[in-house]
Design a protein around this ligand. Structure first.
Ligand code: GDP
Ligand code: GDP
Length: 378
């Protein structure tokens, strides 16, 4: 978990081609296993049974098409903050480009493994052209690849996976519910976490190795153990306030993917906004347990907006997804915040419940007898 690779580089070197090759090709297989996002810029891939997340930073940074200093800086920052391994892509047909040098200058200060991908090494003849990129002066290995044909990508990935931290931290917590708190900026995610942290001895330990995209903490609240993923806190730590939206989408996507149950928070005073629906959609699409917290309920004039009205509107917009609990909370007045956690744990229990075949038959048989399935060809 948390093996993340980011591709950086100027436009047109082939970042999205490599991304699509690594993510797209494997998508068919991945679809059958775990939840995958079909996001163009963020996806999952694997090499020799080692799974990793891949980010095409060019696809994420708005304005990176008409490149400017700011976009380069953002791409490098994104890679620095989110990735374990950075692929710096260049084009052997062009050689060292002025913008490549700008990337190299910023990457020089990054304390993470960097690998230079000399793309478009399509033919044997071009196979050695990559050596010129040693001229960028980075402490990095260079791999000639052709993203178009795929040649060289195996050797590249072989190197990439050597930089992942060893797995196994997590197994000890296997079976515990992983709860993620997601939602738009400012809905109250950090406040909720702080309120939960305030409960004496509720937090047992910070799990190691999870500090990059989120902080996972093992909680033991009212004798119930669970792991809470804090995506909100990081943002503040990382001082990336100017890009809040952009990071929050990426981080929400990742937090959702890792979790068993998602607590999606809304701001009652703002009503339902399209980004809220987008997040709800992601959770549902990945078949995660879902509960909705309509927070800041203290700010709402109860005469004009009742919980029933809010609930009806939300359920209508989410149809046909109708199975999730909706809880009206106020973190400020501590209204129903522990109940939210209790319900999240209940959702997890229901989600992982095993129903015996005999029990299933017993329930289904009645309906099947009432409505027998049509017989095929007699
Ligand atoms: P990005 O802007 O860095 O994401 O670059 P793209 O992936 O959009 O690729 C830019 C162009 O380079 C496209 O026309 C690709 O078809 C082409 N391209 C990408 N990889 C290769 C490659 O390995 N060989 C060749 N010859 N062209 C490539
Ligand atoms: P985040 O961006 O989702 O982590 O949101 P924050 O936890 O930083 O909260 C954003 C703002 O909303 C802060 O000023 C909080 O004090 C405020 N806030 C959070 N929860 C509530 C609530 O239940 N009621 C009210 N009135 N304000 C809240």
């Amino acid at each position: 978990m948390g093996n993340t690779v980011a591709i950086v580089g100027r436009p047109n070197v082939g970042k999205s081609t490599l991304f699509n090759r690594l993510v797209g090709e494997r998508q068919a297989i991945m679809d059958n296993t775990s939840g995958v996002t079909r996001d163009r810029q963020y996806g999952k891939s694997f090499w020799q049974e080692i799974y990793f997340d891949l980010i095409d930073t060019g696809g994420y940074v708005v304005g990176s098409e008409d490149i400017f200093e700011e976009a380069i800086r953002k791409q490098v920052n994104l890679a620095m903050e989110e990735a374990d391994v950075i692929l710096f892509m260049v084009d052997v047909n062009v050689g060292i480009h002025g913008l490549d040098e700008e990337f190299a200058n910023l990457l020089r200060d990054v304390q993470k493994p960097i690998i230079i991908v000399a793309n478009k090494s399509d033919t044997f003849k071009k196979g050695n052209d990559y050596v010129e990129f040693y001229g960028l002066g980075l402490d990095a290995k260079i791999f000639p690849v052709s993203s178009q044909s795929g040649s060289g990508t195996g050797d590249l990935l072989e190197e990439v996976v050597t930089h992942f931290e060893t797995q196994g931290i997590e197994d000890q917590y296997k079976g515990l519910p992983r709860i993620a708190i997601v939602g738009r900026p400012n809905v109250g995610k950090s406040s909720l976490l702080n309120a939960l942290l305030g409960v004496e001895r509720s937090i047992v330990t910070d799990l190691a190795g999870t500090t990059r995209d989120s902080i996972d903490s093992l909680y033991n609240l009212y004798d119930k153990k669970f792991i809470l993923t804090d995506t909100a806190g990081i943002r503040k730590k990382a001082k990336i306030n100017e890009d809040i939206e952009f990071y929050s989408i990426l981080r929400s996507t990742r937090a959702i993917e890792k979790s068993d149950v998602c607590i999606v928070m809304f701001d009652a005073s703002k009503g339902i906004e399209s980004q809220d629906m987008h997040i709800l959609g992601l959770v549902a699409q990945q078949k995660k347990g879902l509960i909705v917290l309509v927070n800041k309920w203290d700010l709402v004039e109860k005469e004009t907006l009742t919980s029933k009205k809010f609930e009806d509107t939300l359920r209508e917009r989410m149809a046909p997804i109708d199975y999730f609990p909706i809880i009206f909370t106020s973190v400020t007045t501590k209204q129903r915040i522990f109940k939210s956690i209790e319900i999240a744990i209940e959702v997890f229990a229901n989600k992982t419940k095993k129903i015996s075949t005999s029990k299933l038959n017993e329930i289904l048989l009645k309906d099947i007898q009432k409505f027998p399935p049509p017989s095929h060809e007699g």
